[in-house]
Design a protein around this ligand. Structure first.
Ligand code: ADP
Length: 562
């Protein structure tokens, strides 16, 4: 969630859980005063905790905690946390996607934890101090917050590209009209007067209150399609476009934009005006919510088709399809635990933002793990290993007398990797996705015991640091591309998570680390090196150092702006 104080504060809800399904990070302990602290007694200064007993007045007709009430509590906790950081009143600017997995019933306790992950200065009205992450978990949250922000900023472009480039099935013509519901029949319009209990002490309406009203009208629109009680499954990014105050009239409008087999998208738009005579309405917020209808066995019911109105209705119908695809891609790619993910994910323009997000954040999370063990050291090059349930990862580390940006630029150009890495026989640039993301086809020589050379299709995503202390990152993972299918000439290799990090240690001195999460096909080679039965890792990494030293002065002029 983002709080607005003239500039933006990135704030995350660490967790929201019911008394029955509490989730806690293992490295933390419950303190006598209820604060979450680590083993050194550290607690983030912005952390706020709230516990609420679910009473009948908080529930819907089924006796479950209403989503609107939950949003109000989450928003309040988040706001208090943001204010602790900013030292002045904050209001909610936006909230990321929310997925609802469980229902919470009367008598259960809801614990909400909020803390500031990161502060972004995007306006000059108030200069916010930067957050300083302390624990490993906070450092990861801090840097992943930057990736999430990038994804948020690109969201509108992704939808546009998807609608322009992908033919979304327009099968309206072929459907049986008799079981179609005209979208018009689901339209809802409602008005709320903002009173003092709905606002903070400065008179600004609580974001959580507006979201709760939006959820209310969306639920009514959804029930008009299915003629039953709908269940909210997901809310897409709330983005507040402007503030509203006590005395404003808020007009909330909702309609079902599209119905899929088992789910529907309802769009809600909120406008404000102050006086009855006023014709100008300020746009406050728009959101899209996904509902399902559950039968007695909790299984989703099949929904009727929707017939959109010509014009805006048809546009929203198509946009809802695009949003559905993005939501699925995003949920799958971003929230999937690494071990459960297929190694290669199909590349397509609509999921590129999430794939590169996932690429960078996976590497950052691997880097941030606190159970790395130094395995060996040769000529000031260190080899570390990390043994986890399903994966063995390793990383090599050395300090090189080269400028950090220069090292980053030299190694982010995969076309030059064959100059130092004998595992890269040849490299072809398949697609320059944007300035910082590119897809390469890599051919490796025959490895010991193999009969065929290997090939890889790799997405490389590079990021420069947002803050002092952040590393430069080059993340790599396999993707699949229809233009580069597996062929009999090569054995298709895959990398799940690998790449480089660079830390500035001084003028012309850089700590360079190479990370790799060993995939099954590569494991034997890794263990041979880790066990000291081969010194190829060291030889390769030393060759990398020599490459950086040999090219330390040839900064490409076009990239000097970095
Ligand atoms: P967009 O039209 O691009 O979706 P808006 O902010 O205008 O964006 O509206 C957001 C959503 O609110 C729409 O998708 C629609 O579902 C709903 N909505 C907008 N205007 C109306 C209206 N007059 N009546 C009912 N619902 C509306």
């Amino acid at each position: 969630m983002i709080q607005n104080v003239g500039n933006h504060l990135r704030r995350g809800i660490a967790s929201v859980f019911s008394g029955r399904t509490s989730r806690k990070s293992a490295s933390r302990a419950e303190h006598a005063d209820g604060a979450m602290v680590d083993s050194e007694g550290y607690r983030s200064p912005t952390e706020v905790q709230m516990s609420q007993m679910v009473l009948p007045c908080h529930t819907n007709q089924r006796g479950e905690l209403s989503v609107g009430q939950l949003l109000k509590w989450v928003d309040t906790a988040a706001c208090l946390s943001a204010e602790r950081h900013a030292g002045c009143p904050c209001v909610t600017a936006s909230m990321d996607d929310i997925y609802f997995e469980h229902t919470i019933s009367v008598g259960q306790v809801v614990n909400i934890k909020a803390k500031v992950n990161r502060a972004f200065n995007s306006s000059m009205e108030v200069k916010l101090k930067q957050t300083t992450p302390r624990t490993e978990e906070e450092k990861t949250e801090h840097s992943v917050a930057a990736e999430r922000r990038r994804m948020r900023l690109l969201y509108a472009d992704t939808i546009k590209d998807l609608l322009a480039n992908c033919a979304i099935q327009d099968d309206l013509e072929s459907r049986d009209c008799s079981c179609m519901v005209p979208a018009e029949k689901t339209r809802v319009e409602s008005v709320e007067l903002v009173l003092p209990p709905h606002a903070n002490h400065q008179g600004n309406t609580f974001g959580g209150q507006i979201m709760a009203w939006m959820e209310n009208v969306a639920t009514i629109a959804a029930s008009r399609l299915c003629r039953a009680h709908p269940t909210l499954k997901a809310i897409e990014m709330f983005h507040f476009r402007g503030p509203s105050q006590v005395g404003d009239r808020l007009v909330l409008k909702a309609i079902v934009n599209n119905a899929f087999k088992h789910s529907m998208e309802v769009g809600v738009c909120v406008e404000a005006y102050r006086q009855e005579a006023e014709t100008h309405r300020r746009h406050i917020n728009s959101a899209f919510m996904t509902f399902v209808v559950l039968d007695a066995d909790e299984q989703p019911r099949t929904l009727p088709w929707i017939r959109p109105q010509p014009g805006d209705g048809e546009r929203r119908y198509r946009e809802a399809s695009a949003r559905k695809k993005i939501r699925l891609d995003r949920k799958y790619i971003v929230s999937c635990k690494q071990g459960e993910m297929p190694l290669s994910v199909p590349w397509d323009p609509s999921n590129q933002v999430y794939l590169s997000y996932n690429n960078v954040s996976s590497l950052k999370m691997l880097v941030a793990k606190d159970n790395w063990v130094l395995s060996s050291e040769v000529n000031q090059v260190r080899l570390y290993t990390l043994e986890e349930d399903k994966f063995l990862s390793f990383h090599m580390e050395m300090s090189v007398h080269v400028d950090t940006t220069q090292a980053f630029l030299l190694l982010s150009d995969l076309l030059r990797r064959p100059e130092w890495d004998k595992h890269y026989r040849s490299v072809e640039l398949v697609q320059q996705v944007d300035e910082d993301d590119a897809i390469y086809h890599v051919i490796s020589p025959v490895l010991g015991g193999d009969t065929k050379p290997q090939d890889f299709v790799i997405l490389a995503s590079r990021r420069k640091p947002c803050d002092n202390g952040d590393p430069y990152v080059i993340a790599m993972r396999s993707v699949t591309l229809p233009t580069h299918p597996e062929t009999p000439a090569y054995r298709r290799g895959e990398t799940l998570c690998s790449g480089f990090c660079f830390w500035r240690e001084g003028d012309q001195l850089t700590k360079v680390s190479y990370y790799n999460q060993a995939t099954p096909g590569f494991l034997n080679y890794v263990t041979t090196n880790v066990a000291g039965l081969s010194s190829e890792f060291y030889t390769t990494f030393k060759a990398c150092e020599q490459f950086l030293l040999d090219n330390r002065n040839d900064l490409a002029p076009s990239l000097q702006t970095l």
